[in-house]
Design a protein around this ligand. Structure first.
Ligand SMILES: [Zn+2]
Length: 494
């Protein structure tokens, strides 16, 4: 995919050919806005004089561009010299000179509550980490703890330019409340299990997730959507997967699961069902275009073909996979095969930082080293994975993932006038996208807008009390650790 850097553009006109449902939807929004403009010729927010990286189908980058936002949606964009007079009286005018304006980044796979365990589990494989830390921690985690932990995750994500994330864990109603308060967008699922030491039947497990769907799907002004979250092939029975598939289809929501993250997952289904995990789930009828499969590290060629045929969305978590020595997913090959691949930060317990800029960089670099050949995953592709790839994985690609008229206004402004981003040139080629993936970090994000609302301005988060969230997070961690017995055990063994 090539990026066109253009000096100007025109208002959105849907092409007469290739009229996808998404384009028709956006066109209807544009019509609605143009008729409402006659009554109230104002936009709520006007961003002007920025470099707009649209991630639209033509991958246009607009120099000296503007974006006008009304009622949470993008109503217009174009060249700043041609801003319509009525937009200039917007309630808030944001000067984006010297800044890049990007679609808000999306994390396609996250466990917000596990942010509390940041930096405590280094040097462990997934199964050891799960046994020694996750299970005791999670069994001691109360709903109010999940709320505090999710607030911390939301705070970190806002500051790193993440406007939307797919989350799977427990106490998800409290995570939903934190998302609602933060102003972010999220797709939430309960990590449902009925195997091992889990004291739930498949019926009880799916009911928890169905309750979440009933209470929170399309809530918080539509910012929260829900999915079903059968955790892994080792912790969810075939019965649970089947029930999940039925309910997800009935509620018209997606399925979010971990798939072949570690070799033990493959050994498990081969031992129990004489099949590899992808074939096992496909034979159960679980797989489909509404499935978000996180990790997919241990896939063979046949499994990749099944995922392609079933139109499953894969979400790659390279830092987490590297840190736990899980392996390197064959992402470049999956993309070449035509599989939609997104990107996620997973959890701070196994990544340490919720920074999608970092994740894009690692995703690109790790594919190069796995093939011993650079350029396997270009900066353009990494950015696409973090925006449109994830939007599609969450089933909301008609709403977010790019800067286009009619879409929700999830946008971030990144400060470009900095030593580590200089020189920024256009000859002999533009190096902007290279900087966005290889040189920028989440700390370079200046402003974050979610659903048309400014949630961070000049690095000040407006929806959460930063000092209070940081203090509460540390207090909460100590309480959960004391309750779980982890702290005592660690002191004895340490
Ligand atoms: Zn995970």
């Amino acid at each position: 995919m090539t990026f066109d850097v253009v000096a100007s553009t025109e208002r959105f006109h849907p092409g007469s050919s290739d009229l996808s449902l998404g384009k028709i939807y956006m066109f209807l929004w544009a019509l609605l806005f143009s008729s409402s403009m006659k009554v109230k010729p104002l936009s709520d927010v006007l961003i002007k004089d920025g470099t707009i990286v649209t991630m639209d189908p033509k991958r246009r980058i607009l120099k000296d561009g503007y974006v006008a936002i009304e009622k949470g949606r993008i109503m217009d964009l174009g060249r700043s010299g041609k801003i319509r007079a009525e937009y200039k009286s917007a309630e808030e005018v944001i000067d984006a000179s010297g800044k890049a304006v990007l679609p808000g980044l999306i994390s396609g796979h996250t466990h917000a509550a596990l942010t509390l365990l940041r930096g405590l589990t280094d040097g462990m494989r997934l199964d050891e980490l799960t046994r020694k830390w996750l299970w005791p921690f999670e069994s001691a985690l109360r709903p109010e703890d999940s709320y505090v932990a999710a607030q911390l995750a939301c705070l970190e994500m806002i500051k790193a330019g993440i406007t939307c994330f797919a989350d799977m864990h427990f106490n998800m109603e409290d995570v939903a409340k934190a998302v609602q308060d933060s102003g972010l967008r999220a797709s939430l699922s309960v990590a449902i299990m009925d195997q091992g030491d889990v004291p739930l039947t498949s019926e009880e497990a799916v009911r928890q997730n169905e309750d979440l769907v009933n209470k929170w799907h399309q809530k918080a002004g539509g910012r929260i959507t829900c999915m079903f979250g059968p955790c892994t092939v080792r912790t969810a029975s075939a019965e649970l997967f089947l029930k999940t598939r039925r309910l997800a289809s009935r509620h018209k929501v997606g399925i979010h699961l971990h798939l072949s993250e570690v070799e033990e997952d493959v050994k498990f289904t081969q031992d129990h069902f004489n099949k590899r995990p992808v074939k096992y789930l496909n034979d159960l009828g679980v797989l489909g275009p509404d499935v978000l499969a996180a990790h997919c590290v241990w896939l063979n060629d046949a499994e990749m073909r099944i995922l392609k045929r079933a139109k499953v969305n894969v979400v790659h978590n390279p830092t987490s996979n590297m840190k736990s020595s899980a392996g390197i997913a064959r992402v470049a090959e999956m993309i070449a095969l035509g599989i939609n691949v997104g990107l996620g930060v997973d959890a701070a317990v196994c990544n340490n930082t919720l920074d999608m800029f970092w994740e894009m960089r690692v995703a690109s670099l790790i594919q190069g080293i796995s093939q011993m050949h650079p350029g396997q995953l270009s900066p353009e592709k990494a950015l696409e994975m973090a925006t449109m790839g994830n939007a599609k994985a969450l089933g909301i690609e008609n709403e977010v993932g790019s800067i286009e008229v009619g879409k929700k206004a999830d946008l971030i402004l990144v400060e470009l006038k900095q030593p580590h981003l200089t020189p920024l040139v256009e000859r002999p080629k533009s190096n902007l996208l290279s900087h966005l993936v290889y040189a920028i970090s989440g700390r370079d994000v200046d402003t974050t807008i979610a659903d048309g609302q400014v949630v961070m301005r000049h690095r000040n988060v407006l929806t959460l009390d930063e000092a209070k969230v940081l203090r509460k997070a540390e207090e909460t961690l100590y309480k959960v650790l004391d309750r779980s017995g982890i702290a005592t055990r660690t002191r004895k063994s340490g």
